[in-house]
Design a protein. Structure first.
Length: 180
């Protein structure tokens, strides 16, 4: 059988469909430029495997991000509690500097617990000899059961980190009131 070549076969009309190259018929009537079934299945399987890996990674990251939010909320709450304690201390020290530490310790301790159950306070004594060498992770203070040193360590327990402040009666009777 002899093939007839028509001059119109060499002229190609530009198509407006961008996917027209996928549907060009060849000599046998099959689509020459399309994807085979095997290629489509392999692509779907590879996409599924990558999707599972991505979801596992994101699932772990998402569950850990909730813990971070809880820690930040706990620390913000503890910081707000410390700010209330400092404001009360400034108010009390402006009234009478000799009784301010004792009143704050009473407010923090039992039975009042004005600032909540996660707040603790105790008098401490600094021991500079215990801090050598500098930068060592050593506690430079010890408990002062007598209360003579007059430094009050206030700790607010928070999820993640505990926040601590030191309160001292460092005011003189003739010094001006502290604004807070």
């Amino acid at each position: 059988m002899k093939r007839v070549i028509n001059k119109h076969m060499f002229k190609s009309k530009p198509s407006r469909n961008p996917f027209s190259c996928l549907f060009v018929k060849g000599d046998e009537g099959a689509f020459n430029r399309g994807f085979t079934l095997v290629e489509v299945i392999v692509t779907i399987m590879a996409t599924a495997i990558l999707g599972v890996i991505f979801i596992n990674f994101m699932g772990t990251a998402m569950s850990k991000s909730v813990r971070s939010i809880e820690m930040v909320q706990g620390e913000a709450s503890a910081e707000a509690t410390l700010e209330r304690i400092i404001a009360d201390y400034v108010f009390k020290i402006n009234q009478d500097s000799s009784t301010a530490l004792g009143l704050i310790k009473t407010d923090i301790g039992l039975p009042i617990q004005k600032y909540g159950t996660n707040v603790s306070a105790g008098y401490i004594i600094f021991d500079s000899a215990a801090c050598v060498p500098l930068g060592a992770n050593i506690e430079c203070s010890k408990d002062d059961t007598s209360g003579l040193n007059r430094t009050l360590k206030v700790t607010v327990a928070a999820s993640g980190n505990d926040l601590t402040i030191l309160l001292t009666p460092s005011r003189h009777t003739n010094s001006p009131p502290v604004a807070f």
